[in-house]
Design a protein around this ligand. Sequence first.
Ligand SMILES: *Cc1c(COP(=O)(O)O)cnc(C)c1O
Length: 231
Amino acid sequence: MSVAENLAQVISLVRAAEKTANRVPNSVRLVAVSKFHSADDVISAIKAGQNLFGENRVQEAVSKFSDISARGFSFDLHIIGTLQRNKVRDAVKIASCIESVDRIVLLEEIEKQCAKIGKTIDVLLEFHTGEETKAGFTDTEELKKAVRLCAEKAYPHILLKGLMTMASNTDDTEKIRRSFSTLRSLRDTLSQTYGLSLPELSMGMSGDYPIAISEGATIVRIGTAIFGARQ
Ligand SMILES: *Cc1c(COP(=O)(O)O)cnc(C)c1O
């Protein structure tokens, strides 16, 4: 199937999952994860109506999306992979949201680089719930501290929008569901404790997004189901 056909199918399954979960129609945003796929694949998706993309690696994102931009297409990009401090400068230039902030020093660096270019950026804090990756805050006290600093307006160029996680890659759907419900209840607690709205929950990938939507995802990050298997 083509990228356009895959995309149409994923969108209809996302809408169906919203309906099943009694979620507001069109309340879940789709990030098309284009890592390891070409600029041409991304352009196919843009032509089919997709505007929002996700990339793991800043260098790959910069080279691919500069090309796409030069070819006259516009897009919105989220960084979803573990970010090194020395990549923040390029990341904040190209992305509208960094979903994978997993330590406080990154918030400091994002603030510094955004201040330099006069940009305000959306941020999600990644919390570790799955098993495959080491990504995300593992210590809830550190996570709380990050949220508190944002609530105290320590970072004027950062808008903290919510939380992100990756569940384990497993057939155990109850385990996956627990990852997502953990993230949601953590968000609820943080939101109440610090008086922040934290509307976004980025959770759900090709293999588990219907579960994530039933647990309250507002952003799903889907690669394989749209672009096919990665090399
Ligand atoms: C690659 C990746 C995805 C997409 O995974 P698929 O299984 O291909 O849908 C989502 N989120 C993150 C953080 C990723 O690295």
